[in-house]
Design a protein around this ligand. Structure first.
Ligand code: 5AD
Ligand code: SF4
Length: 409
């Protein structure tokens, strides 16, 4: 989401006549587009702000703007006092940046109306912003606001424009994309329509309570949808899921996964897991490990709980000691990697059609993606956006390795 927002900001200021540079010292304007979801994101922003302030005192950087979720949080006022920042914008008033850089004022009702990048081989399309859930630990609803769904016609229009401009891969974006609904249509209707317009489609991120079996079956049935499901579970313990206000039990999550595995046996499944949420006991942790084993995730983003000021969990009792959090983190990680490695091994020996995401670097290796959603390293000079066919020769826990491609597709 942030990458996409940065992309739109970049386009906006390029329209004002700015060009992109690689070093802070060469910039007239530095825009830090920020994430607030965990404390380490904030720490990194503070590091950059400190560096920018130093360069500014030396006259080597002129203007600094802070945008995104930190800009929308209360903490931005304190940052503005500590650091020299010319402009602070949140998530709903990015258009004010246009005025700041001397563009005519843009009337904007909500962020999705800002166009994304056109003509790239790979493009994001925002279908909804904000989130109507209130997960105990999460700052997103505070900084991104409530859910706003973009009309279907507007989404399809953008997809058709992108495809006409050469885009071969469309990713539908939102905090809870599967909660999308508009004019009597639901997410599965939108996904099916997009899968008819675009040659390759993916979506992220989903919420288990909104994920319909029909969507999972469409993933298996429709050739243009990448068979990769990212479905954050957060915990395997019903007690923790309740404390977190996730709105589902572990058993319901397992059932969704069964439907997905049946619909797309070759597909990949990833998730988000939080370890060390206040009140998490050893028994809760064991249940997470059990769920990880049962679901055999192909990958997982595992996070140590990070208290965010203003969220319910930040003031809950039952802080889990750091050493315990670290051990649980490693245990979940080990379990995920074992499963992922075993599953990836099964791909060895097969031939795959691979979409090139990033062209080859100096070592001659390009990074691609199979239709099953596996990441692949492949020796090819094919440009991003092309397909090649190659045999999978080996596999690690995170990536597959292909031999020389036989044919360009
Ligand atoms: N602490 C740790 N992880 C968090 N996430 C969101 N908020 C927090 C927090 N306070 C994780 C969730 C979410 C992902 C994007 O970030 O797992 O799915
Ligand atoms: Fe945050 Fe996702 Fe929960 Fe919304 S559904 S509050 S974005 S974790």
């Amino acid at each position: 989401m942030n990458v996409h927002d940065s992309d739109r900001i970049r386009r906006m200021i390029q329209d004002a006549g700015y060009a992109e540079v690689q070093r802070y010292e060469d910039a007239d304007l530095v825009i830090l587009n920020t994430c607030y979801v965990r404390e380490n994101a904030v720490d990194r922003v503070k590091g950059h702000l400190g560096e920018l302030n130093r360069l500014r005192r030396e006259g080597r950087v002129k203007k600094v703007a802070l945008t995104g979720c930190i800009g929308a949080a209360e903490e931005s006022a304190a940052l503005k006092q500590t650091y020299d920042i010319d402009l602070v914008l949140g998530t709903h008033n990015t258009y004010e940046l246009a005025q700041f850089v001397g563009l005519p004022t843009m009337q904007e009702t909500y962020t999705p109306e800002l166009p994304g990048t056109e003509g790239g081989h790979n493009a994001f399309v925002t279908i909804m912003t904000g989130c109507n859930y209130q997960c105990s630990y999460c700052i997103v609803p505070t900084v991104r606001g409530r859910m706003i769904c973009r009309p279907m016609g507007s989404v399809i229009g953008e997809v058709e424009n992108l495809v006409a401009g050469g885009t071969g891969y469309v990713t539908l974006l939102g905090q809870t994309v599967d909660a999308w609904r508009h004019g009597g249509k639901r997410f599965c209707d939108l996904l099916e329509a997009v899968s008819e317009s675009a040659p390759r489609v993916w979506f992220t991120t989903s919420h288990p309570s909104n994920m319909e079996d029909r969507t999972l079956r469409a993933m298996g049935e429709r050739d243009t949808i990448v068979k990769r499901l990212h479905l954050p579970v957060q915990s395997g313990s019903d007690r923790m899921l309740k404390v977190m206000h996730r709105g589902y039990k572990a058993e319901r999550y397992r059932r969704k996964i069964e439907v997905f595995r049946e619909a797309a046996p070759d597909g990949t499944l990833s998730t988000d897991i939080i370890v060390g949420h206040p009140g998490e006991t050893e028994e809760d942790h064991e249940q997470t490990l059990r769920l990880v084993e049962d679901c055999a995730f192909d990958s997982a983003y595992i996070f140590k709980f990070s208290p965010r000021r203003g969220t319910e969990a930040a003031s809950l009792p039952g802080t889990v000691p750091d050493a315990v959090v670290q051990r649980r983190f490693l245990e979940v990680l080990r379990q995920v990697e074992q499963n992922a490695f075993t599953r990836n091994q099964r791909k060895v020996g097969g031939e795959e059609e691979i979409y090139i995401r990033h062209g080859s670097t100096e070592d001659g290796k390009a990074i691609g993606e199979t239709w099953s959603g596996h990441a692949v390293h492949v020796n090819t000079d094919a440009a991003p956006g092309n397909y090649v066919k190659a045999n999978i020769e080996s596999a690690g826990p995170h990536v597959l390795y292909a031999g020389e491609p036989g044919a360009r597709v």
